[in-house]
Design a protein around this ligand. Sequence first.
Ligand SMILES: Cc1cc2nc3c(=O)[nH]c(=O)nc-3n(C[C@H](O)[C@H](O)[C@H](O)COP(=O)(O)O)c2cc1C
Length: 366
Amino acid sequence: MDLSITVNGMKFPNPFVLGSGPPGTNARVLAKSFDAGWGGAVAKTVSLESAKVVNVVPRYGKLRSRSTGEVIGFENIELISDRPIEVWLDEFRQIKKEYPNNILIASIMEEYDKSRWQELTRMVQDTGVDGFELNFSCPHGMTERKMGSEMGEHPDLTKEVTSWVTEVAKVPVWAKMTPNITNIREPALAAVRGGANGISAINTILSVIGVDLDTLRPMPTVEGHCVPGGYSAQAVRPIALRMVSQLALAIPEGVSISGIGGIETSHDALEFMLLGSSTVQICTGVMLQGVKMIDELKAGVEKFMVDKGFNSIQEIVGKSLPYFSTHMELVQRMKAAKRSKAGEASRDNEWAQKDITEKTAELTSN
Ligand SMILES: Cc1cc2nc3c(=O)[nH]c(=O)nc-3n(C[C@H](O)[C@H](O)[C@H](O)COP(=O)(O)O)c2cc1C
């Protein structure tokens, strides 16, 4: 079945894209994932001076299900790529030569300086990458140099920096949003005003993964100390879905969305597509399951398309958006359906009469 989709003029063989991070850390891992069947990849974020990027160990932390031990949340304090830009330029060229039909997007980040952003854009563009993703969203480490989410949290900066890049970019530009903001529509619309062709959402959510009750140290603990980091994996998915839907309903037609956050199965990916994502990106899922997870992603989406009668990925994109409404309208619809009594029931003292867990189950949809 044809799973291809053309987004901002880029033809993705399928909508599954490696999210920027360890799965796109160098040409070898990128090649492996294209061989495995991924449609595209956003490489690990690059900047002009890798020497300024120094990572710490440990830099990951996990939140596990109390009952099964399954990883449900993941925190990292990893920085952007610490590999020299010259090495990256060679590798971008090499990947595009070997995989001309896969979409390679370069994620870039720089300090608040027009000439640096434009120099980086030109350099990377010359390698033949298919598009750019602007990292306005890394919430830790880089912010101390006023980079990453320091830009994405300020719509005026988001617009200005996006326009620096779009002034010189000849390929599509996506702006990657931070969720660590009250209204994600504001920086997204600012990026669109700056000329962005697409919005990627979301990057990680600021978090503290836990505290060691023996040592009293917050985690991940580096030489006894800690900084808050970025939260990802399945625990963030409902927040990402909400933000993607808000973006889809707010941004102008023609501006694409690349949905990110806690995608681990075809079911999760379809949810993002139904809420307006033309492509989906996966980072932590690949770190935990490996690149072979692409097999289930493709098979699951193909089965869904057959079962539901969809002929293309494009037909799925945004299909569930018309069902968002206002709370007031939900009440009106319930009244019209003569079910208002059921809703009112939660007001009276039934909460006291029944066991609270029983009452919670009664009011839950899934
Ligand atoms: C270890 C790690 C490193 C990451 N590095 C980057 C990065 O360099 N640039 C970037 O834009 N996002 C980076 N991210 C964020 C992911 O691309 C993604 O937006 C986020 O993790 C949510 O998606 P997920 O739940 O599929 O991981 C990183 C995430 C993790 C877990």
